[in-house]
Write a protein that binds this ligand. Structure first.
Ligand code: IMP
Ligand code: MG
Length: 180
């Protein structure tokens, strides 16, 4: 069973649900009904968070996705970023909200911000479920953050280790044997 490899649940389903509602409320208040908001989910880690979050945003939105890969191992990012899947629609003059699973070194989000700003959008803001501020290597603005967490590798609710554990409904730390 998947649960056999869980050491500790760091953030429960209930805590996530409450936080997602709160973030949805904030986002709904900050953007106007007349603004064309494009919610850009970063595949694959953000999909579970994004699918819950957008149902708490009480505004008309469009969804789009990007997939990026940071060259490096599964637990350490190297800083070089490559676009695996780009947006389908033009974002010029539109308001863009990037939705990420976690901001760690900040290198991925920095790349995405620079890349999206170059397309002349009306605005770009960032929303992440998790933030590991102690790991930051570059300065990036996180406009909406669910939870700040310590420097521990976490899985679940979209986040993976070697593509596993994304379907856990909570955020957890793995037992050492899970890495063997
Ligand atoms: P950054 O570029 O270092 O900020 O890394 C961002 C990406 O690294 C995230 O989108 C995740 O895919 C991955 N990542 C960073 N920390 C974790 C973690 O604790 N668990 C799972 N993936 C992580
Ligand atoms: Mg990942």
């Amino acid at each position: 069973m998947l649960e056999n490899y869980i050491q500790e649940i760091l953030i429960s389903e209930e805590e996530i649900t409450n936080k997602v509602k709160e973030l949805g409320r904030q986002i709904s208040n900050d953007y106007g009904d007349d603004q064309q908001l494009i919610v850009v989910g970063i595949l694959k880690g953000a999909i579970i968070f994004l699918s819950d979050l957008v149902r708490e945003i009480k505004l008309p939105i469009a969804l789009d996705f990007m997939a990026v890969s940071s060259y490096g191992s599964s637990t350490e990012s190297s800083g070089a970023v490559r676009i695996l899947k780009d947006l389908e629609r033009d974002v010029e003059n539109k308001h863009v909200l990037i939705v990420e699973d976690i901001v760690d070194t900040g290198l991925t989000l920095k790349y995405l911000l620079d890349n999206l700003w170059s397309r002349k959008p009306a605005s770009v803001k960032t929303c992440t479920l998790l933030d590991k501020p102690s790991r930051r290597l570059v300065d990036v603005t996180v406009d909406y953050n669910g939870f700040s967490i310590p420097d521990k590798f976490v899985v679940g609710y979209g986040l993976d280790f070697a593509e596993n554990y994304r379907n856990l409904p909570y955020i957890a730390i793995l037992k050492p044997e899970a890495y063997e």
